[in-house]
Ligand binder design. Structure first.
Ligand SMILES: NC(=O)c1ccc[n+]([C@@H]2O[C@H](COP(=O)([O-])OP(=O)(O)OC[C@H]3O[C@@H](n4cnc5c(N)ncnc54)[C@H](OP(=O)(O)O)[C@@H]3O)[C@@H](O)[C@H]2O)c1
Length: 503
């Protein structure tokens, strides 16, 4: 495969575009054919051996990819070849193929294109975590964003605005500030010509800013800290300037303010449930068009070193991205990850199975009640996998700690739609269809989620064949009134009419 390789540490000009053996996935890994790779600040650091992660030479930079899964290791259950995904690989993305730990790979919604998928998570994930979880930014507060037209900076501008804050964007050129204005900034400061403190005093009427978002460090940091309001929060996000500032400790004391670190990668690892909730919110805003990444330029893999050079030279507004290969975007709906392996360990089979032997046999069974079938245990793993497949990260499903304190029984609750989806599984458990050329479940009618299903509880289905309708083309629509029972509960978990088509 082709890749941009770092064979010895140095500046982007030392990177080599060359042929290299394709990587092989280990048992928990996923092999991805890369479609696009976002360009991020760590790419500039990692090739110079200045980053916290130090891969073995030679390696490709490129930590944020989108693409298609081409192979999975034996222990990977939630992804399969053909899935469209994004991945936070750390490095290895400026290449035609990359191997990634499956826990860092996420299916992408059908409507999301590869360029968006490779350019959004890292910047918006960092800035949303900083504003929400660290600064606890409130509507009506004022925030100063430094390096505001850079990758994380522009995401902070957009998100802070969406969260109801007044945004002061600060950057080094008028062109960069014009982009910040487009993204909703209320006030602009060009710190290469204006004095930062004076301008903040003018804008806030001496009060200062409630929050500082600082991805650049250097000499601006002390000026920004001196410009915070009483009980302000100073977010230490990065040091793009190359200088780690030394701050006088008397300033936080005098201002009653907090200097707080932001480390999104560590947060995502240590608090995966919260991180997934943030991701879910960001995806929702993306799909609603409330946030959108500004793409500075799309580079080819051959030009990838130039993209890192442009980043170092402060030429990039928003985000640069490398397109790998000569593909045209075709948006298709990916099949949901198969829960089969998980279910296989949890089920017994039904004691009695109704056999429908061909289309003409259907009428013999109308009115019959079948089941209940075998119990199935709804595990937290199933709930998590369902959330990952549907991007529905509500805490009631995922946050086991919060559930302990707040939910009846102290357990998380399965998604209603997960219970609904299991109706098909129970159908195959109760009814065996033979001697037909095709058969599929294609509709659900009158669905009701009646009782919540706590994690670890058991459910099973019973059903009545209520009718069959012959279609003009000779196929038959079968109507099944189904009830999914919840062990120990008076009321069922779910009831609906399941419609299947047999031909
Ligand atoms: N803490 C975390 O979890 C986390 C996550 C992601 C990124 N980061 C860090 O955040 C920083 C920014 O990342 P990014 O992806 O937003 O980078 P970026 O797109 O290159 O933006 C950085 C901005 O910093 C300003 N800057 C000032 N001095 C600079 C210099 N000497 N070289 C380059 N830029 C300089 C530039 O704006 P002006 O020209 O307008 O000054 C530039 O737009 C990096 O240090 C990165 O490692 C941290």
């Amino acid at each position: 495969m082709k890749a941009l390789l770092c064979q010895q540490y140095g500046l982007p000009e030392t990177l080599v575009y060359t042929e290299t053996p394709a990587p092989v996935p280990a048992e928990k890994d996923v092999l991805i054919t890369v479609k696009a790779c976002g360009v991020n600040f760590p790419d500039a650091l990692i090739i110079q051996n200045k980053y916290q992660f130090k891969p073995v030479l030679p390696f490709s930079p490129g930590g944020e990819v989108s693409g298609v899964v081409t192979a999975v290791g034996d222990k990977v259950t939630h992804l399969q070849p053909g899935n469209r995904v994004l991945a936070l690989c750390g490095w290895g993305g400026f290449a035609e193929e990359v191997v990634v730990d499956s826990r860092k790979v996420f299916p992408i919604p059908a409507a999301m294109d590869y360029i968006t998928a490779a350019t959004t998570l890292y910047n918006y994930g960092t800035s949303y975590h900083a504003l929400l979880d660290r600064a606890n930014l409130q509507a009506g507060e004022t925030i100063l964003v430094l390096g505001a037209a850079g990758g994380v900076g522009i995401a902070a501008v957009e998100l802070a605005k969406l969260m109801g804050a007044t945004v002061i964007a600060a950057a080094s050129t008028e062109e960069k500030l014009a982009l910040c204005k487009e993204k909703g900034a209320d006030f602009l400061i060009n710190y290469s010509v204006d004095d930062l403190r004076t301008r903040i005093k003018e804008i806030t009427g001496d009060k200062g800013v409630d929050v500082v978002y600082d991805p650049i460090g250097g000499p601006l940091a002390e000026q920004a800290l001196r410009s915070t309001a009483w009980k302000g929060r100073y977010l230490v996000v990065g040091f793009a300037s190359g200088q780690i500032p030394q701050l006088p400790f008397n300033l936080p004391l005098l201002k009653g303010c907090a200097v707080m670190g932001v480390f999104w990668g560590s947060f995502a690892e240590r608090e995966p449930v919260k991180s997934r909730q943030n991701l879910g919110q960001l995806l929702q805003w993306l799909q609603q068009g409330k946030i959108s990444q500004h793409i500075h330029r799309i580079y080819t893999l051959h030009e990838a070193a130039e993209s890192i050079r442009d980043l170092i030279d402060r030429k990039i507004k928003g985000k640069a991205v490398v397109k790998v290969g000569n593909w045209e975007e075709v948006i298709t709906t990916a099949p949901p990850p198969s829960p089969k392996k998980e279910i296989a360990t949890q089920v017994e089979t039904a004691k009695q199975v109704l056999v429908i032997n061909g289309l003409s046999d259907i009428k013999n069974h109308i009115g019959k009640t079948i089941g209940p079938g075998a119990w199935l245990t709804v595990t937290q793993q199933m709930i998590n996998d369902f959330a990952a497949a549907t991007f529905d990260f509500q805490w009631v499903h995922l946050d086991t700690e919060k559930a302990k304190a707040l939910l009846p029984g102290g357990k998380t609750i399965a998604h209603g739609y997960l219970t609904m989806s299991l109706a098909s599984h129970f159908f195959y458990d109760l009814i065996q269809v033979e001697n037909v050329s095709s058969f599929f479940n294609y509709g659900i009618n009158k669905a009701r989620f009646i009782s919540p299903v706590p994690e670890g509880s058991r459910i099973r289905m019973k059903a009545t064949l209520t009718g069959a309708e012959e279609q003009p083309n000779g196929s038959v629509k079968l109507f099944l009134s189904c009830t999914i029972e919840l062990e120990g509960a008076d009321k069922p978990a779910y009831a609906a009419e399941l419609i299947s088509l047999l031909a």
